[in-house]
Design a protein around this ligand. Structure first.
Ligand code: DGP
Length: 115
């Protein structure tokens, strides 16, 4: 059930953490896909978006507040950035602990490759 992200949240693995509070931890992706690539992760173990419960709504909203604050801190808020959550196999999810990607610092192009 637990993933590598729980070890990161618990400080058991050295990570470039950009923000932490009692609900959320945000750290730089190990394999950045843009000049700014931060993962915003709830401290609570929620595997996927499919597992979000009504009582998690405040937490999910908080993830967005943290994301926009990090975009400001990282200097990408004005030019723009992308928030992305992958869900399960077709969505490309690799780590089954809910997380929001924040990409920025360059022109990110179309949301999906053009067909
Ligand atoms: P996703 O495909 O949405 O599940 O993205 C998982 C992301 O997690 C992927 O971009 C790489 C990142 N990642 C995986 N393991 C680690 C790790 O140990 N440390 C950090 N900082 N990022 C990791």
């Amino acid at each position: 059930m637990s993933t590598i992200f729980t070890k990161i949240i618990n400080g058991e693995i050295p990570t470039d953490t950009v923000y932490k509070d009692d609900q959320v931890t945000a750290f730089r992706d190990i394999n950045p896909q843009a000049p700014v690539h931060v993962l915003i992760v709830p401290n609570k173990e929620i595997p996927t978006v499919n597992d979000i419960r009504p009582e998690d709504e405040q937490l999910i909203g908080h993830m967005f507040t943290v994301a926009k604050n990090i975009a400001q801190q990282e200097g990408v808020a004005q030019n723009g950035y992308r928030l992305l959550i992958n869900v399960n196999r077709d969505g490309g999810q690799e780590v089954f602990h809910l997380h929001m990607h924040l990409f920025g610092g360059c022109r990110l192009g179309p949301m999906l490759p053009r067909k």
